[in-house]
Design a protein around this ligand. Structure first.
Ligand SMILES: [Zn+2]
Length: 739
């Protein structure tokens, strides 16, 4: 499936005739297109034809007067008159081509939305201007004339099978017009992150605060995340993503996501004054991409520092194309101000959404509402005359350019030709037999072509990276005694059959790691055969740890994350360069703690909602703080069918875990699946969801309806409490609120 892109040369015509420094300029469009082209992104997309919006389409969101007034300006060539009309509106300039270009921006947004809804493309980006999210029903405002995003959303609701839309507005300004247009409509959830400063930041509206939650049937479907300080960083935006946006999006379960993509929240923007790096937009985008079977589009809004605008937009498009997210700096704890906002949002929305009602961050304490903007009272009764020129002085971007250039150079874009390599163990260890295995056939029938890698046998020396020969010999002997009562017989270590099989297991993992670090593949899956004979099951040797040590030694890695599902190895292999997060049920008492993480629970059954909550509030924040260079996911899917393990999660969960984790480490992720002793369809489905996630094929939707409860909150609370001292990202002042 391809990514669509819509743009047109005509998007460079509308410009301010009387002020060359006006920030909403044609260069905004050209700089984005240039950067996307220089990264070769446009050529990889399907070009969607731009077209003007029809009158009917415009009237779905604007009044006749609103449309006609703009239409009437298209023949005006009198600059003074144009400026006079412009001065009746807040932050507006008119150009004789404005009307036509606005038609094109709205129509192109619709065409892209339609192409995704029809399935012609999977997702896409509209590089359009002027922006739209301040364009109200009958008032031009903030460089906007027609509300492109709202018109496209309304089109989807009216003309396609799309029933529920999530609009994510990350432009630094509040899209008050989009909010107004869907304020009582429960089919559209409007989620906006914007600079607010208790009303002191433009558009200075009381309605931009968190307590404006929607009206009538739409109550609870308007979510404002006001930022009351400047200089907010990736840490703050990712906290909003993990604690507010994603839980809400999962519960709302939209069919379609539209991003109101403004890059004035990016570092260097003179209006936003925030510090979000361009790569952060790729991370937010890819977090959202798996929630709607991939149906997501990004429509350009603001962004006025050309370098960060172009880079942010290009990295968003790159994320939509499925390329690995660029690595961002380790995340630390979000600032106090953003945490206060997050708590306020959770407080006011707790009565509408279970994810907030049972959120670890929920507090009974009433949030403070502050509105500091003082409207200057005009003494005269005449109309307000808005400024139309000299609003912006030419800024010297030299210093900023250096910072941005450094960020761009440091953001190493990694994109190997093959997304996923697969090794399936066969009895004969031959690639031909792999293609006849039932797992291979199952996966192939669902995802198409698969790239198969050869099995290889590891050397004893490679095993020695984690276990000494003496230890291996001793353990093999112990194992034989346990199962055969044969104390005397022992083959040489080289000829030991059980060890030979194990060496194929380890060797194949090393094969995947080599292919990843030689930039041949991005990620890999290894599927092991079951060990029928317990005497030959060398489970005391840990293949994940050996692989991690191999990667540390050969590729000089410093941070490897091992996610161990269903097995606790956290006590066994403490290593500064390896972090193990194990997820397991514990029946009696707690295990000892070191820096490794054990996500524990004693609940009878762990469901999808519990697991998702743990991913978003524990595993992902820690993983983002640790910032691994390689992720190894060690799984035994079949154990989940076992009632003793107590997990009753669906295979879909593994797809989401894989997809979310692979936004880290440039997507360098290896799944190591060990068959226990059954051939279940569940296991195949788990492998399928992981494969889809790694191949960029849309994964199934998560459904957590009515699964969240106080027990979920308690599990999370206990886990966070146990690890809080080691991880800054968990230090969110939870204790005093929960207890
Ligand atoms: Zn903006």
């Amino acid at each position: 499936m391809m990514t669509g892109v819509v743009y047109d040369d005509d998007f460079t015509v509308h410009g301010c005739l009387w002020d060359e420094n006006y920030s909403e300029s044609p260069q905004r469009f050209t700089s984005i297109l240039q950067r996307c082209n220089s990264l070769g992104l446009i050529d990889r997309c399907v070009k969607i034809d731009a077209r003007p919006a029809t009158r009917e389409e415009l009237l779905s969101k604007h009044t006749i007067e609103h449309v006609d007034l703009l239409k009437s300006t298209q023949d005006l060539h009198d600059e003074e008159l144009l400026e006079n009309i412009s001065s009746e509106y807040d932050s507006i300039y008119l150009h004789p081509f404005t009307y036509k270009q606005c038609l094109l921006a709205a129509g192109s947004s619709i065409e892209l939305a339609k192409a995704v809804a029809d399935g012609r493309v999977i997702n896409g980006m509209a590089i359009v201007r002027p922006p739209g999210h301040h364009a109200m029903k009958s008032e031009y405002c903030g460089y906007c004339f027609f509300n492109n995003v709202a018109i496209a959303a309304q089109y989807l609701l009216d003309k396609t099978t799309v029933r529920k839309i999530l609009i994510v507005d990350w432009d630094i300004h509040h899209g008050q017009a989009t909010q107004q247009m869907f304020y009582d409509d429960p089919r559209v959830l409007y989620f906006s992150i914007h600079r607010y400063e208790h009303g002191q930041f433009w558009p200075n509206l009381r309605e931009s605060d968190f307590d404006h939650v929607g009206h009538g049937n739409g109550t609870g479907f308007n979510v404002n995340v006001p930022l009351n300080k400047t200089a907010m960083k990736n840490d703050d935006y990712m906290a909003i993503t993990h604690y507010l946006l994603i839980p809400l999006a999962i519960e709302f379960s939209p069919d379609f996501i539209i991003i109101s993509s403004g890059y004035d929240s990016a570092i260097g923007d003179p209006k936003g004054e925030m510090l979000v790096t361009p790569a952060c937009y790729a991370h937010i985008t890819q977090k959202l991409m798996n929630l709607t079977h991939g149906k997501i589009i990004s429509i350009l809004e603001g962004g006025y520092y050309l370098k960060s605008l172009a880079e942010g937009a290009a990295l968003t498009l790159r994320a939509l194309l499925g390329d690995p997210c660029p690595v961002i700096d380790s995340l630390r704890q979000p600032c106090d101000s953003v945490m206060e906002t997050i708590r306020s949002v959770i407080h006011v929305h707790a009565m509408y959404w279970d994810c907030f009602k049972y959120s670890i961050l929920y507090s009974e304490i009433l949030p403070e509402i502050r509105y500091d903007f003082v409207v200057e009272k005009s003494t005269e009764k005449s109309k307000i005359i808005y400024q139309t020129r000299n609003m912006y002085s030419k800024i010297d971007t030299k210093r900023l350019d250096t910072i941005l250039n450094n960020i761009i150079t440091d953001t190493r874009l990694f994109n190997p030709p093959i997304r996923m390599g697969l090794i399936i163990e066969t009895v004969e260890h031959s690639i031909t037999n792999t293609e006849h295995s039932d797992v291979y056939e199952y996966l192939k029938s669902h995802v198409g072509h698969l790239h198969i890698l050869n099995e290889r046998q590891s050397t004893i020396k490679e095993l020695n990276l984690a276990h000494s020969t003496k230890h291996i010999e001793y353990m093999i002997q112990m194992n034989q005694q346990k199962y055969t009562n044969d104390n005397n017989y022992f083959e040489s270590i080289e000829n030991n059959l059980a060890l030979n099989t194990f060496r194929y297991f380890v060797g194949s993992l090393l094969q995947i790691i080599d292919s990843i670090f030689e930039s041949k593949i991005r990620s890999g899956i290894y599927v092991k055969l079951p060990v029928e004979d317990s005497a030959k099951d060398l489970c005391f040797l840990n293949a994940s740890v050996i692989s991690a040590k191999y990667a540390i030694q050969k590729y000089k890695l410093k941070r490897i994350l091992i996610i161990e599902l269903n097995e606790d190895i956290s006590q066994l292999h403490y290593d500064d360069q390896i972090l193990v997060i194990s997820v397991q049920r514990i029946l009696n008492g707690l295990s000892l703690e070191n820096k490794n993480i054990t996500a524990l629970w004693s609940k009878e059954i762990l469901n999808d909602a519990d697991f998702t909550t743990m991913m978003l509030h524990l595993i992902l924040p820690i993983a983002y703080e640790y910032n691994p260079e390689l992720i190894i996911m060690s799984t035994k899917f079949d154990l989940n069918m076992n009632t003793i393990s107590g997990i009753q999660i669906t295979p879909i969960i593994y797809g989401h875990l894989t997809q979310w984790l692979s936004t880290l480490a440039n997507g360098k992720l290896m799944v190591c699946e060990q068959k226990v002793n059954s051939y279940s369809i569940y296991r195949k489905e788990c492998l399928l969801e992981c494969s889809k996630a790694l191949l960029g094929i849309p994964i199934s939707k998560l459904c957590v309806k009515k699964q969240l409860n106080l027990e979920t909150k308690q599990i999370l609370h206990n886990n966070i409490k146990r690890h809080i001292k080691n991880w800054k990202s968990l230090q969110l002042n939870i204790n005093k609120l929960v207890e």
